[in-house]
Each structure stands twice: as C-alpha cells, then as structure tokens.
Design a protein. Structure first.
Length: 261
C-alpha cells in the first residue's frame, strides 16, 4: 500500500516531478496507462472547486491541528462544505492488510505471483539482505500478530479486512458526490519526538488520516498550511482516482509559505 510520489519544496516542482513519473510501466503492475494533463494551467483546476471537510478526520485530530487546517481552508477562497465519511473499521483493516501482505511478500522474497516481473532482481537482493538481519522489535511487533491471525483463520481475517477496504472505498466515492476533493489534517497531532511512537495507537496518530486513502487508491497531496508552537501543520487533499492534479492545485491554494521548511 506504499505509494510512489514526488516530494518537493514547492508545488511547481512537484507538478514537474509527478508529470515525469506518471503513466504506464510494464514492469510495475501498480501503474496505469494514463498520463497526466501537462497543461501549464494546472493551477486553474482549483478555480470554483468545492472541498469537503470530513468531520470524523477532524474529530480524531488534536484541537490545535484541526483548527489550523480549518482556518487555512476557510481563508483559501475555496467553497467549503462538511461531508460524512464514516471510518467504520478501516483502521483495524489497514494494519491487518498491510502486515499480512508484507509477510507474504517477505516470505516469497519480493515475488508477487500473477502480477508481472516488477523490479524483482533489486527487491530480492534487498530482502535477502534484510532476512539475515534483525528486523527489530517495532517491525516484528507490527507484523507478527497479523501474520499469526492470518495463519490461524486460514485467511478469513484477511478476507474480512479486504471487504472492509472495499466498503470504505465505496464510502469515499460517495463522499465525492458533491465535492471535488476532501481536505483534512495530514497527521492527527503535532510532529512527535523521535522514538516516541511505539504502540498501535501511536501509529494511528501518524497514519490514521492517510492510510485509509492508500487502501482506497485515491490520489493525495499534502502541504504545510500553518505553524503551531513552532511546528508545521499540514493539510491533506484527496480527490477521486486520476485527479492527481486537482489535489495539487487545491494544495497550492492552501499552502502557507511561512510554514515551509
């Protein structure tokens, strides 16, 4: 569920990087035979746009973070409306799907059967090297419970998690019925100190607002929009499939130069 995408200091560079890597790669089955619109006027995609603010994602974020993102949206000139997007059990499903699929991938040394050659020569060499090393308590703790549950249930737990993923994707698509994009905090808290995020609950503060959209496969852009207590707060913009440039255009409207690194 990890997603390839450019990171840059400004949206124009992000656009150029995204445009360079978009499109079909026959060795990578996760790509699609669609190219982005290379128009120089991509920023105009935000003109007249309506963005939805899903209450659940704001409610689960710290008050200061949620308020900063709301303020950035409200001062952007975009049309804003609340939307309903129930999380259901997608948080639990994410951890189970991610861990179970990683264990399969790791066990087969990077081979995903039935999905083309990928870049397995490099991946296999990397995984072989990792297998001879200690994964560490944090990684092992995130993986072993789901791997054991998958084995104990004969895959039933994984199938249930994938059904939850399908249901959540349908709810996401429904949320786009009346809006061009969704906006929410990228992470639920201010940036934590290093080595302080150990538990599943800790990981939810980092992944709870982003991972569901990895599962849904929707494009997203995140930009800094404010500072709180000297730390940057960022907003995530999510749009329907293949509307990558819409997320970038709206992110450009929200971006706060003062919050840039």
């Amino acid at each position: 569920m990890d997603t390839i995408g450019p990171l840059a200091r400004d949206t124009e560079t992000t656009f150029r990087g995204l445009n360079a890597i978009a499109g079909e790669d026959l060795r990578d089955p996760t790509t699609r035979a669609r190219n982005l619109d290379t128009t120089a006027h991509w920023r105009s995609l935000a003109d007249g746009a309506t963005v939805g603010l899903p209450a659940t994602f704001f409610d689960r974020s710290d008050d200061a973070v949620a308020a900063a993102v709301r303020s950035a949206v409200e001062s952007s000139g975009l049309r804003v409306t609340p939307v309903e997007l129930p999380l259901g059990r997608i948080e639990q499903a994410y951890f189970l799907i991610g861990a179970t699929e990683f264990v399969w991938f790791f066990d087969q040394t990077g081979v995903i059967r039935g999905q083309g050659p990928e870049y397995t020569t490099v991946v296999q060499a990397f995984i072989e090297a990792v297998k001879s090393a200690d994964l560490g308590e944090h990684v092992a703790g995130r993986l072993l419970g789901s791997a054991a549950l998958d084995a104990e249930t004969g895959g039933k737990a994984y199938r249930a998690a994938r059904q939850e993923a399908t249901d959540f994707t349908e709810r996401v698509n429904h949320a786009f019925s009346d809006v061009d994009a969704l906006v929410m905090p990228t992470i639920r808290t201010l940036a934590p100190e290093r080595d302080k995020m150990d538990t599943t609950e800790d990981m939810l503060t980092l992944l709870g607002n982003t991972a569901p959209f990895n599962i849904a496969g929707t494009p997203a852009t995140t930009v800094p929009v404010a500072e709180v207590d000297g730390l940057p707060v960022s907003a995530q913009v999510v749009a329907p499939w293949f509307r990558d440039l819409t997320t970038l255009a709206i992110g450009d409207r929200l971006h706060d130069e003062s919050a840039s690194p």
